[in-house]
Design a protein. Structure first.
Length: 138
């Protein structure tokens, strides 16, 4: 597991490449909440949008996950812990006013990037409509 990359994976780089080509600028592997020791793959701080590019195996994709036959008990617990951590992270970020966009590695990259752009545009429009910063939320 030590040799598995936690950032700059192929799906992540593909999404970042398309977002950059769309004129968007972002932080890579950053903490949306500094007090919470968890990072998002792509972070748009002013709009409070975080993007996670999840691997089908490591995060237990509902469509593609198939547990290994060797040491199945360990892996079942490991994936369950990962999913519980993902759910807790999403709950904490949402409670703090952040929007999380989850992109699975098997998704079409162009559609995923378009979804991120759409969510980002909606958050920015919401901020402008209210005439205040998204950060001003309680």
């Amino acid at each position: 597991m030590q040799s598995n990359k936690s950032r700059d994976t192929k799906p992540e780089l593909a999404v970042r490449r398309l977002l950059h080509a769309a004129g968007l600028r972002y932080r890579v592997c950053a903490r949306p909440l500094p007090e919470l020791r968890r990072t998002a793959d792509i972070v748009f701080r002013p709009a409070r949008v975080a993007v996670e590019v999840r691997g089908c195996f490591w995060h237990g994709c509902p469509e593609h996950y198939r547990g290994p036959s060797a040491n199945g008990g360990y892996w079942a617990e490991k994936i369950a812990r990962n999913q519980a951590r993902d759910a807790d992270t999403e709950a904490q970020w949402t409670a703090a006013g952040w929007t999380l966009v989850v992109v699975w590695e098997h998704e079409n990259v162009e559609l995923a990037a378009a979804r991120v752009v759409s969510v980002l545009a909606a958050r920015r429009a919401l901020t402008r409509r209210r005439g205040q910063s998204v950060r001003a939320r309680p």
